[in-house]
Design a binder for this molecule. Structure first.
Ligand SMILES: Nc1ncnc2c1ncn2[C@@H]1O[C@H](COP(=O)(O)OP(=O)(O)OP(=O)(O)O)[C@@H](O)[C@H]1O
Ligand SMILES: [Mg+2]
Length: 477
């Protein structure tokens, strides 16, 4: 085996000695491979599946060279394929390159379907194998780098995944106001992450070591909500067998999160307003007032202005609650967040369900981009959780996601496609406005007639009909 060609490329491997695991039962080949790679990698050797898995757990090697024909089933690939699955469950980012005998191509394809990065057939050609390994290593590095970026501290708020300017703006606002005691009102559609931001407000505030007490105003019947909020004395009403502290009092020193504040009945709105003004509460059936020091954060997906106009929400309460209001954008209005969140959820659920999934197919990513996500992040999370269970290949496909998307409508990313689409749309519009008159249309578009002709040909619009059912474009010049 020649080492010459290898050392020339060695300098391209950026870091000193990343781990490379070789799982191979043929000790001759093992040594040969070790010799080939030991200049560039910290080579780890295993002769069977169990030892291989031990080394994966210990070293998390970015690259594994895996012989599919392992004992006790060396003539078949079952032991090797099992090893592959288990490696990917433990270390999904690992690039596994499977090595097979010449006759076993279908096993190699099965391995790639299971999530192997690539395959290679014996006899080993060191130059070629080195190339495959190096490329796999680079890809691994890139993926790690992206992961580091996604998790880096300059990222929004702990637990909040976002890259869009729209969501980052909301996160910055939360960050800025968290340390004050101002009341924060979070406004946004269902599933946009209002509760997540409420938790961030608490965590970033001076009250973080005290309680955050949440109460959902929509899920508690009106007659119980008052005692839930304010507490009651023994004997205050039938069934009040002992003194009970309400949520507001329970949150003393910490944060009170009033979720779905738009659902607070009018009668309680007056009581809450009084508390916000006086900062004292009176338990039901009690005589004295108790001072309570809480920071209030509330959230709703309702249009409070419309409710105020309809007389369903008190204006004075609104102004008390919205000292700072944060608009949480809906997912469809966040540029690029859907794909970022989808990747994060895929990682989370593939790890949890131990599914060796590599990522999304291109059509899946296009569907994620094109879908309107009426249920926002919650819907996206559920869709990915389900797709992780449904997917039977190495990647999640558009079919696994099961989204109702017209793929024709999905805005492409390739600039050329974007331009073509815009051009086609504009030409169509001009033809419509000109009622099919090509002279007029070319004037509207500011192009010559021959240019318009070539555009009509390019986009298959020559026989399009505009307005009147039986008057093709060509017939109306
Ligand atoms: N930016 C985000 N990054 C990570 N997870 C998110 C993000 N936004 C929301 N989630 C997750 O989506 C789910 C819904 O979020 P959350 O409960 O905070 O939404 P909400 O706005 O309070 O919804 P609702 O109005 O229906 O109560 C949660 O599981 C939450 O962890
Ligand atoms: Mg909520």
């Amino acid at each position: 085996m020649r080492r010459k060609g290898w050392s020339q490329r060695r300098c391209n491997v950026p870091r000193a000695n990343p781990a490379l695991l070789i799982v191979e039962d043929d000790s001759g080949l093992q040594q040969q491979l070790k010799w080939c790679f030991s200049d560039d990698y910290q080579v780890l050797l295993a002769e069977n599946r169990e030892r291989g898995l031990e080394l994966v757990d210990l070293h998390e090697p970015p690259i594994v060279l895996l012989d599919l024909g392992l004992p006790p089933d060396a003539a078949n690939a079952s032991e090797g394929l099992r090893a592959l699955e288990q490696i990917l469950v433990r270390a999904p980012e690992t690039k596994v390159i499977v090595i097979t005998g010449n006759e076993a191509r279908e096993h190699a394809l099965e391995a790639v379907g299971t999530g192997a990065y690539d395959y290679y057939q014996k006899p080993v050609d060191p130059d070629l194998l080195q190339l495959i390994v190096e490329r796999a290593y680079r890809l691994h590095e890139l993926q790690m780098e992206r992961r580091r970026l996604v998790q880096s501290p300059e990222n929004p708020l702990e637990g909040v995944i976002a890259t869009s300017p729209q969501m980052l703006r909301a996160c910055r606002l939360v960050e800025r106001v968290a340390s004050s005691d101002a009341t924060v009102l979070l406004l946004g559609e269902s599933g946009t992450g209002k509760e997540l931001l409420a938790q961030a407000v608490h965590r970033l505030s001076g009250r973080k070591n005290r309680r955050m007490v949440a109460i959902n105003c929509a899920s508690i019947p009106e007659n119980l909500l008052e005692s839930e909020l304010f507490g009651f004395e023994k004997g205050a009403f039938t069934g009040a067998t002992r003194q009970t502290i309400g949520k507001i009092e329970y949150a003393d020193g910490g944060t009170l999160f009033l979720d779905e504040i738009g659902d607070l009945p009018l009668s309680l709105q007056a009581k809450l307003l009084r508390f916000l003004q006086e900062r004292v509460i009176e338990r039901l059936g009690a005589r004295g007032e108790i001072p309570v020091d809480v920071r209030v954060v509330c959230a709703t997906n309702q249009d409070l202005h419309a409710m105020m106009r309809a007389g369903d929400f008190r204006e004075d309460l609104y102004y008390r609650l919205s000292e700072i209001s944060v608009e949480v954008p809906s997912l469809r209005d966040r540029d690029g967040d859907a794909a970022l969140l989808a990747h994060a959820f895929l990682r989370r659920y593939a790890e949890r369900d131990k599914r060796p999934l590599r990522g999304f197919s291109a059509d899946a990513l296009a569907a994620i981009r094109g879908y309107s996500w009426p249920g926002n992040v919650r819907e996206l999370e559920n869709v990915i959780r389900r797709a992780v269970i449904m997917a039977d290949g190495a990647e999640v496909t558009a079919a696994d996601l099961g989204l109702d998307v017209d793929m024709e409508e999905v805005e492409p990313l390739k600039l050329r496609e974007v331009r073509d689409r815009a051009e086609r749309r504009t030409v169509s519009r001009a033809l419509g406005l000109a009622n099919g008159n090509l002279v007029r249309a070319s004037e509207l578009l500011g192009v010559s007639r021959p240019t318009l002709y070539s555009l009509l040909n390019k986009y298959g619009l020559r026989n399009a009909r505009w307005g009147e059912p039986d008057s093709p474009v060509e017939a109306r010049q």
